[in-house]
Design a protein around this ligand. Structure first.
Ligand SMILES: *Cc1c(COP(=O)(O)O)cnc(C)c1O
Length: 489
């Protein structure tokens, strides 16, 4: 043992009162950071040259906590993605809440491992699963599991459907042994994580059929039925239909009731990717959009998006717990179960997904749901949709702007009109907007054209932020396209 390490020392503070004071200061600093977010730029690029604190080598000797924290405040906190900010509108990012943040701190203090064993934290995860089953309309007996995000939740669902289709023997013999060629169906607007899940499941992303969509971005049902029939005729085995509740481009919601009918008729597992949309059932006004989701065999969702819980908090709900377990449960001598004692409480979360050691993600979601209640959270989701509608109306009223997609939820796709090189101008416009720190939308492609995409997900966004985005886009557009006369100018 090196001379500077006392024998039998643990890692707890030697001076608890001093640590406590420092810890309280750190809590205050992060609360100040959140409370002061509106006054800062949405985003600023990390310094081109790494600051000394980040460029240093492996730390071999102890450093004062206050120094490390000062480095964090100076070199890290100002250069995050910016999703706390009311004018962050890129991708689909939740803003988080301080309630979730302090709950996360409690979870870290408890340092619970939720892989299994008989413990209250797992009971609490089960309670959240029960709440989500109740909210989405699945049976209370459905099984649920926290995972990193909807990418993993969709993957778990694909594995559940795959094992059900091929039989449990496929887990030992491999997917190729049965000779069955499984195929799945989703709309061509499906999130990229679903083909990736097919890939990772050993079925191949090519075995996911991209069914065409209508003008509202919803899966074309006759086209889906025709694809299924063609695949059956070719000797393939359809096993899974994936509906989307809140599409990644502009928030399209498939006709989930019709998809449920189709899946029932064809004997397919009906899965819903509700990464950001599914939680919309908390709003009585939004809930009708998701009618049919209650008939899903499984649902993927993300509390870290519309649910405003801190990252990461993905969740998968599976109607039939036996089907869920059949895909993951396995026996190992060191994971034996008992009727009493710590080894009780089976089934364990490790029987429901790929992870063994797991953190206590459920706690921040449990706190979030209780501290705000589903009505308040649902009202916040509705508010983001109303702001999106306001944004759409402003765009529709500006001759220099063109809206490129419907606005079923909280995402608006549009662009600054130019006669030529419009894709390049709008891409440059978005980059400049991000670099200016004034607002941060992202881009996507709608009908082959590059779109400025504003997803209003965070709870801090107000009407003035939406208006500021429009004004900034108009200002930059006029600067970048001087040849184009604005009718009002
Ligand atoms: C965000 C999103 C995903 C991926 O979820 P992660 O939490 O980022 O893994 C999947 N599908 C849709 C529709 C999404 O919006």
């Amino acid at each position: 043992m090196p001379p500077d390490v006392p024998p039998e020392a643990d890692l707890d503070p030697e001076d608890w009162p001093a640590f406590r004071a420092q810890a309280h200061a750190m809590l205050d600093d992060i609360l100040d950071h959140v409370a002061g977010v509106r006054a800062r730029p949405v985003w600023q690029a990390p310094p081109a040259r790494l600051p000394a604190s980040l460029a240093a080598g492996v730390p071999e000797t102890p450093e004062p906590l206050a120094d490390i924290h000062a480095d964090f405040l100076r070199d890290v906190a100002p250069y995050a993605v910016g999703n706390l900010h009311p004018r962050f509108m890129g991708w689909v990012h939740g803003a988080g809440t301080v309630v979730g943040a302090v709950a996360e701190m409690l979870a870290a203090g408890l340092n619970a491992n939720l892989g299994g064993r008989w413990q209250a934290p797992i009971e609490l995860e089960r309670q959240v699963a029960g709440w989500m089953a109740e909210l989405t309309g699945l049976p209370r007996t459905s099984s649920g599991l926290f995972v990193t995000g909807a990418s993993m939740a969709n993957f778990v669902a694909v594995l559940v459907a795959r094992t059900h289709a091929l039989g449990a023997g496929s887990r030992t013999d491999g997917v190729a042994a049965s000779g069955a060629r499984l195929v799945a169906y989703a709309s061509d607007a499906v999130h990229n994580c679903v083909p990736r899940a097919m890939d990772m499941a050993g079925l191949g992303s090519g075995a996911l059929r991209a069914v065409s969509t209508d003008a509202e971005g919803r899966m074309d049902l006759p086209a889906a039925a025709a694809a299924i029939a063609a695949d059956r005729a070719a000797g393939l085995e359809p096993f899974l239909l994936v509906g989307t509740a809140g599409g990644v481009d502009f928030g399209a919601v498939d006709d989930l009731g019709a998809l449920a009918d189709l899946a029932a008729r064809e004997g397919l597992h009906f899965h819903v990717d509700g990464a950001f949309g599914a939680l919309g059932v908390m709003s009585p006004e939004l809930k009708p959009l998701f009618a049919g989701m209650e008939r899903a065999d499984s649902i993927a969702m993300d509390f870290h998006k519309w649910g405003q819980a801190p990252y990461d908090a993905g969740f998968v709900l599976v109607r039939d717990p036996q089907k869920h377990m059949a895909a993951f449960a396995s026996s190992a001598a060191y994971l034996g179960r008992a009727e009493r004692g710590l080894a009780a409480g089976s089934p364990w979360p490790c029987d429901l997904g790929p992870d063994l050691s797991r953190g206590f993600r459920a706690l921040k979601v449990w706190f979030t749901l209780r501290a705000y209640g589903t009505r308040r959270l649902g009202a916040t989701m509705l508010q983001t949709c109303r702001l999106a509608r306001r944004l759409a109306e402003r765009i529709d009223a500006e001759p220099e702007l063109e809206r490129l997609a419907p606005v079923p939820l909280n995402i608006v796709c549009f662009r600054y009109r130019t006669e030529e090189d419009s894709d390049r101008l709008n891409a440059e416009l978005v980059t400049l907007l991000q670099e200016s720190g004034a607002a941060a939308p992202s881009t996507t492609r709608i009908g082959g054209r590059l779109a400025i995409r504003a997803a209003i997900v965070g709870h801090r966004t107000r009407a003035e932020d939406v208006d500021a985005l429009v004004d900034a886009v108009l200002g930059l557009g006029r600067r970048l396209a001087p040849g184009l006369r604005s009718p009002q100018a």
